[in-house]
Design a protein around this ligand. Structure first.
Ligand SMILES: *[C@@H]1O[C@H](CO)[C@@H](O)[C@H](O)[C@H]1NC(C)=O
Length: 214
C-alpha cells in the first residue's frame, strides 16, 4: 500500500511537471514569428508524450516489485523506521505490446492542447515514435479515439533497423530537414527523443518516472 501511494505521488508529480513543459511549449508557440509557408513542423514522440501508458504501468506495479519491508526499532527512539526494498521488474514486451494492441491509451491533455494549438497556427505535427511499422494501424486508431488527427506524418521504426533510438530519431529529423521542413519544436519524454542533430529549433523534455530509453 505504501509503495503504491509513493509511486502514485511520483507519477502525479511527473504528470504535473509534464503539464508545465507542454504549457511552456504553448507560450513558445505564441512567441514565434511564423513564416506560414506550410514548411513548419513540430515533432512529437508518442508514448508518455502524446499518449500515456500509465494504465499499463499501474497494472504492472510501476516497473517495480516489493521484496520486503524492514522495520527497525532503534534503541532509545520512540519512532520506528521502515525501509522498503524494491527491485525493478524487467520490461515485458509481450504484455506491453498486448496493451498497445488494445489502442486504449489516454492522451496527455496538455500535449493534446499543444497539438491543437500548433494546428490552429499552421504548424504541421509529425509523430516520430519508437513504435514499429506493424503497430501503425492500432496507433492511428488509438490517436483518433483520443481526438487526435490531422498530422502530416506518422514515422514508425522500420523492420530491421538496428541503430540506437538517438540514431533513428535524429536520422528521421534530418530527412525532414533535407525535404525542406523547418522543425520549430520537438517534444518527448526521453533524452533520446530530443538529442542528436538536428534537434529542432527548441526542444521540450517531459519527465518519465517509468522508464529510460538510451
Ligand atoms: C510477460 O507477459 C506475458 C503475458 O502477460 C506472460 O505470459 C509472461 O510470463 C511474462 N514474462 C515474464 C518474464 O514475466
Amino acid at each position: 500500500m505504501a509503495r503504491t501511494t509513493t509511486m502514485l505521488l511520483l507519477v502525479a508529480a511527473a504528470l504535473l511537471a509534464a503539464s508545465c513543459s507542454a504549457w511552456e511549449a504553448v507560450a513558445y508557440v505564441d512567441s514565434l514569428k511564423l513564416a506560414g509557408n506550410g514548411k513548419e513542423v513540430w515533432v512529437f514522440d508518442i508514448d508518455e508524450t502524446t499518449l500515456s501508458n500509465l494504465p499499463y504501468y499501474a497494472k504492472h506495479g510501476f516497473g517495480c516489485r516489493a521484496l520486503g519491508l524492514v522495520t527497525a526499532h532503534p534503541l532509545g527512539l520512540q519512532s520506528r523506521s521502515h525501509t522498503m526494498f524494491l527491485r525493478a521488474t524487467p520490461f515485458n514486451a509481450t504484455s506491453f505490446n498486448a496493451y498497445v494492441r488494445e489502442g486504449s491509451a489516454p492522451a496527455l491533455p496538455e500535449t493534446k492542447r499543444l497539438y491543437n494549438k500548433l494546428r490552429s497556427v499552421g504548424i504541421k505535427p509529425v509523430f516520430l515514435t519508437g513504435r514499429t511499422e506493424d503497430q501503425r494501424a492500432i496507433t492511428v486508431t488509438n490517436l483518433r479515439r483520443q481526438g487526435i488527427s490531422g498530422w502530416m506524418n506518422l514515422l514508425l521504426k522500420q523492420p530491421g533497423f538496428k541503430g540506437s533510438a538517438v540514431t533513428y530519431k535524429s536520422g528521421e529529423r534530418q530527412k525532414l530537414q533535407d525535404a525542406g521542413y523547418v522543425i520549430v519544436g520537438n517534444i518527448g519524454d526521453q533524452w533520446s527523443d530530443i538529442l542528436g542533430a538536428p534537434e529542432g529549433a527548441r526542444t521540450f523534455k517531459l519527465p518519465d518516472p517509468m522508464y529510460y530509453i538510451g
